[in-house]
Design a protein around this ligand. Sequence first.
Ligand code: CP
Length: 315
Amino acid sequence: MKNYFSTHDIQNIQELINQALELKKSNTSLELGKGKTLGLLFFNPSLRTRLSTEKAGKLLGMDVMTMNAGKDGWALEFEDGAIMNSDKAEHIKEAAGVLSQYCDIIGVRAFPELIDRDKDEEEQVLKSFQKYASVPVINLESATGHPLQALTDAITITELKDKPKPKVVLTWAPHTKALPQSVPNSFAEIMQKIDVDFVITNPKGYDLNPKVTGDVKVIHDQEEALKDADFVYVKNWSSYENYGKVLSTEKDWTFNQQKLKHTNNAKVMHCLPVRRNVVIADDVLDSPNAVVLQQAGNRTFAAQAVMKRILENLD
Ligand code: CP
């Protein structure tokens, strides 16, 4: 593995999941990353991605540097040939080039603006780092994807399943603001790569990008979709069709014990942070069905498995 931009960079998903679970079991530090530096740049807030990736880097023996690039760094110019006489003080060409002098792997988080779909889908920030950095780049959540979260989710389902092919339901839930489609996109991608019976349920108007969902069954009746589910992944996202818009709050889509009753006593997942009693009710989050903490714990091993592959491939 040279870079990790999306789940499509995974060559053998089962091998990578097994690797992560082995790393979790062995719970030991490795020497592989000794003398190497991991640099993490955040243009947006984070708790889990920041700390789990830092921890993973350290477990691999790397030195780790983290920067709140959106707050502490110079405002970056991404346009080629720009006359930089306005508010942007540094061009991505120099920024990525300089970071490559200090780091052996660079991680970048850059959320979408949710205004112009074509622009967000260009993934300008992540792709510019890829273009101008001379070291591998990892996606820490971009405009359209969150592949480290998705790998974590596949690891968690593999770890907790009690049948060869569990039913996994991704259900939309309400939120107070417009959120990106990055988490559900990557989750939908990775579920199509592992052996699960995968269904998506969301209100009409919230269908994800059909290029991402492909042949996955999308059911607009939440109750029907939840029937016999072994895992329920709860997540809000804004409209893809009416890009970035919140169409309605659909309060009756909040995931609660009532909804859980339709499932096969499902394990309930969420990438976190989660707004209690808006997205998922207390009666589910505080029940044994919620596996969100174990899921968040697996973030470290997903990041460790990905960066181990990248370190093994460094020239
Ligand atoms: N799930 C996730 O990416 O969490 P953070 O936004 O806190 O990193």
